[in-house]
Every structure is written in structure tokens, then in C-alpha cells.
Design a binder for this molecule. Structure first.
Ligand code: COA
Length: 318
């Protein structure tokens, strides 16, 4: 990344919200129809259960509404909606336009598909739009992966879930900053993880695992270097919630202790572009984010894409 593209001063996440379908599907439930077990899934992935149901736009609207409420904003205050999703309601129009209408937003709206890296891609893009003159941007990650899951395939059915997470991103002078970021794509790896139009998700699990560890570590390193800080200065990591073992191994490579990572994948599984905002909201609601904290968001996904951002948290007024 050139200096020209480095972090832009003055951002703040002023509101957040999460939406999850009510239906809980446990590992035990899956083992009734698949040749698998709770022990196998827990040991290999760290996942215990997932939520299934809803629509991508419906979950996005619910999470978006909560984010607006918690930021104390009205729909007309938002200058842009960015919806990260890999499971849109329709091929055309973009799901974001439906969400814009249902939230009564009076601004532009667009979908971003960078698979599980989509939320971080959208956050970095959102920061750029703040730099270009927007004041407040609603960034949502929303997915209904269950629609594209082959429920007869034990190697993929155990991994995915549905859900949405949203944040309001504002320009600010409270000390919050995007210190560094990194986005990448390796299109030659398409066949490792894909879903053709009208098809179901196909994945070469152990190969994806290996690539994911490298991608998370490399992207995290690049963002930390761009931020001009040392790994020890990272207070909290919000990783993509695909597999606790991927997080463990990649953080080891980054020299960051696992205790600094937020893990909610045990309850919600891999919700693709929704997983990072869901985990971030969890950390915020649990008081894990403190004033002046330096937070690393890092994800990877089909593409294969990877994305990371180092954010300095500003003042906390409550
Ligand atoms: N229950 C029981 N056994 C299973 C199983 C399941 N749900 N799924 C696969 N197996 C079997 C395999 O058939 C294989 O059997 P074999 O040795 O007789 O051939 C064995 O378990 C080992 O399979 P492998 O794929 O090597 O296991 P793994 O330790 O790599 O774990 C994943 C499998 C899918 C959990 C792991 O590879 C993974 O998480 N990969 C990354 C997936 C991911 O994150 N995708 C999303 C990217 S955004």
C-alpha cells in the first residue's frame, strides 16, 4: 500500500446492532441427519451451534435499525448504505436497495461482495467515502448462507450460519482513526471455495484452512505495518469467525495471544460477511473495547480474498 492510500484520520463507530434468526441448530441436531458428531465438530472447528433462517434483507434491516437507534440517528442522517453480502435476496436489484427502502434511508446504496472479507472491505471503502465528503455511513454485513448449503454434505453443512451485523461509521475528531488497512484477492484459488449460480457451496476444507491461516497472518501483518505499530500494541482482535483453530494458528504467526481475540463462532458459526460485525458488537456490548484501544479486524474468504484494518478507538462517552 502506498502512503497515498494509508489510513485516513477521524473515524468513529457510533452505533451497532445485530440480528440473528431465532432457530438454533445444534451439532447434535446435525448429527441426526449427517454422519458426524458434536465432538468432531467442536474439536475441528470450535462451533457448537448456529442460527438458521430469515432473509438477507430482513436481517440487514433489523441490524441496521438497531445500529441507527444506538447511534441516536434518524434515517435521513445517513449519507450512504454499504451492504456486504455474498447471499443477496435477488440477482438484481442489489439487496442494499431493498434495505435502503425498508429503513427509509434517503441516500445511495450498494452491495459489496468480497465473500467473508466483505465487511472489512466495506469498512475501508466507507472510510474512503467519509474522506470524500460523506458524514455518516451505515455498513452492514448480512448473510443467509443456509440457502446455499448442501445439508447432505457433512464437510460444509457443519460450518455455516445466518445473521447480520451493522455499524454506523462517522467522521469524527474524537481521536478515532483508521490507522492501516490491507485488502487482497487471489482469483486463481476460485475452485477451493465457490457456489455457482443456482448451486450449493463447494469447498476443499483442509486446503482452505491452510490458505486461510496464511492469508489472515499476512493481511494482519500488512495492516499492522501500515499502521506503523508493533503487534504488541494491538489490544483486541476481531477475526472472521470461521474456525477457532484458524484463528489460533494465524494469531500465533502474528505474535498476538489468542486471549486478545473475540470468538462467538461457537454460538453462530461462520456467518461470512456478518461474522466480524457480530463479533465486534458482542465485544462492544460486553465492555471489551476501551478508550484508545487499537483493534485489528481481519478476515478471509472465497475468492480467495483477505482483508484487515487497524482501528484506533477514540473517546467513549456514556
Ligand atoms: N464429521 C465427521 N467427519 C468428517 C466431517 C464431519 N462433519 N467432515 C469431514 N470429515 C472427515 C473427512 O471425510 C475426513 O475423513 P477421511 O480421513 O476418512 O478422509 C476426515 O474427517 C478429515 O477431514 P479434513 O477435511 O482433513 O478435516 P479437517 O481437520 O481439515 O477439518 C474442516 C475439516 C472443514 C473443519 C476444516 O478443514 C476447516 O475448517 N477448513 C476451513 C473451512 C472454512 O473456514 N471455510 C470458510 C472459509 S471463509
Amino acid at each position: 500500500m502506498t502512503d497515498r492510500l494509508k489510513g485516513m484520520a477521524g473515524i468513529r463507530i457510533s452505533g451497532w446492532g445485530v440480528a440473528l434468526p431465532e432457530k438454533v441448530v445444534t451439532n447434535e441436531d446435525l448429527s441426526k441427519t449427517l454422519d458426524t458428531s458434536n465432538e468432531w465438530i467442536l474439536e475441528r472447528s470450535g462451533i457448537a451451534e448456529r442460527r438458521i433462517g430469515g432473509t438477507t434483507s430482513g436481517l440487514a434491516v433489523e441490524a441496521g435499525k438497531l445500529a441507527l437507534e444506538s447511534a441516536g440517528l434518524e434515517p435521513h442522517d445517513i449519507d450512504l448504505l454499504i451492504l456486504a453480502t455474498t447471499t443477496p435476496d435477488d440477482q438484481v436489484p442489489a439487496t442494499s436497495s431493498k434495505v435502503q427502502h425498508e429503513l427509509a434511508l434517503t441516500c445511495g446504496a450498494m452491495d459489496v461482495n468480497a465473500a467473508c472479507s466483505g465487511f472489512v472491505y466495506s469498512l475501508v471503502a466507507g472510510s474512503g467515502f467519509l474522506h470524500a465528503g460523506c458524514n455518516r455511513i451505515l455498513v452492514i454485513g448480512s448473510e443467509t448462507l443456509s440457502r446455499f448449503t448442501d445439508w447432505q454434505d457433512r464437510s460444509t453443512a457443519i460450518l455455516f450460519g445466518d445473521g447480520a451485523g451493522a455499524v454506523v461509521l462517522e467522521s469524527s475528531s474524537d481521536g478515532g482513526e483508521l490507522l492501516g488497512w490491507d485488502l487482497s484477492s487471489s482469483g486463481e484459488l476460485r475452485d477451493l471455495l465457490y457456489c455457482s449460480i443456482g448451486g450449493k457451496i463447494h469447498m476443499a476444507g483442509s486446503e482452505v484452512f491452510r490458505k486461510a491461516v496464511i492469508a489472515m497472518a499476512n493481511s494482519g501483518k500488512a495492516s499492522i505495518a501500515n499502521a506503523g505499530i508493533a503487534p504488541e500494541e494491538i489490544s483486541l482482535v476481531i477475526p472472521h469467525q470461521a474456525n477457532i483453530r484458524i484463528i489460533e494458528t494465524s494469531l500465533k504467526r502474528l505474535g498476538i495471544p489468542l486471549e486478545k481475540a473475540v470468538w462467538v463462532g461457537d454460538k453462530y458459526a461462520n456467518t461470512s460477511a456478518a461474522s466480524i460485525p457480530i463479533a465486534l458488537a458482542h465485544a462492544l456490548d460486553n465492555g471489551q473495547v476501551k478508550e484508545n484501544d487499537v483493534i485489528l479486524l481481519v478476515g478471509f474468504g472465497a475468492g480467495m480474498t483477505s482483508a484487515s484494518a487497524v482501528i484506533k478507538w477514540g473517546e467513549i462517552n456514556d
